[in-house]
Design a protein around this ligand. Structure first.
Ligand SMILES: [Zn+2]
Length: 290
């Protein structure tokens, strides 16, 4: 599929496709958040496992921010062998000039901007305000339904923390977000893996304070709160999200002002794609790319 000078495609895998999307830019091949290809370079937007950095640890043609590489190393115990940069730097990758921007989704999360093609690849986003305008926006829609509107419940989190609650937080990303909030207040302790990843990005636990554990381990601590905006946990929930909600997603798209949007991750609703088309923004989902 072509949008302007950009060709988007998906690599075949068995009867289906590799996760996410690949791009051809003036003969240069890039794979976004997917497993290594036979040729081309892999752009890793952040360290969450569904963005496939862990598959790229030994790939010399992987590209990720230094913080993303550090988190991947702390999470896997392997050495990252790809190219790194400080988020915010301009880099040359595979002959192309690329600008990098923070998306504040988790530590190290980075958007890649190919100015020559007016192409922005965001990965997952919590705060879009530093992102540039573009013509083609390749982005996420984790909360792609109009009903998915929420606000982070920081007060509820701090109240529960002072009552000595146990918090279930995904070890990469969410755990560091809550750890930083608690560090500025009453401190925190964490399970070993979470502590390792916190230390990798410079967050230090204290000797006392509420405990942060993986959500799947909450039962062994007698229960507690899950920190999420998702609805599929059986424990009481405190809303704390690493993502834009539906309204934030629309605000980001208007901020970046693209002619075309490709949702390469998440769950965009018909309501979302219809709304964008009514605003004369062309729109594709991952299933429409072959
Ligand atoms: Zn993510």
């Amino acid at each position: 599929m072509e949008i302007g000078d950009v060709e988007l495609y998906r690599r075949k895998y068995g009867r289906g496709f590799r996760p996410h999307v690949s791009l051809l830019l003036d003969g240069s091949e890039f794979h976004v958040d997917t497993s290594p290809g036979k040729s081309g370079w892999n752009l890793i937007t952040h360290a969450h496992s569904d963005h496939y950095g862990q598959r790229n640890m030994e790939n010399p043609h992987a590209v990720a921010s230094i913080e993303t590489a550090r988190i991947l190393e702390a999470a896997t115990g392997k050495e990252y062998e790809g190219l790194t940069f400080h988020t915010g730097e301009k880099v040359r990758i595979h002959g192309q000039r690329v600008e990098t921007f923070p998306t504040y989704h988790i530590h190290g999360s980075t958007a890649f901007f190919f100015r020559d093609f007016e192409l922005l690849i965001t990965g997952d986003v919590k705060d879009y305000r530093e992102l540039p305008e573009c013509q083609i926006l390749v982005t996420e829609a984790t909360y792609g339904f109009p009903s998915q509107v929420f606000e982070d419940e920081i007060d509820k989190l701090l109240d529960a923390a002072s009552d000595g609650a146990v918090f279930g937080a995904y070890p990469i990303g969410k755990a560091q977000r809550v750890a930083e909030i608690l560090t500025g207040n009453i401190g925190f302790r964490a399970e070993e893996k979470i502590e390792r990843i916190c230390r990798a990005v410079g967050i230090k636990p204290s000797k006392s304070g509420p405990l942060i554990v993986s959500p799947r381990n909450l039962a062994s601590y007698g229960g507690g709160y899950v920190l999420t905006a998702q609805k599929f946990y059986r424990w009481p929930k405190i809303t704390l999200s690493d993502h834009l909600d539906y309204e934030g997603l629309l605000e980001m798209i208007h901020h970046c002002n693209p002619e075309a949007v490709v949702f390469y991750h998440g769950n965009p609703s018909k309501a979302l794609t219809r709304y964008l088309e009514s605003e004369r923004i062309k729109c594709w989902t991952l299933n429409e790319i072959k």
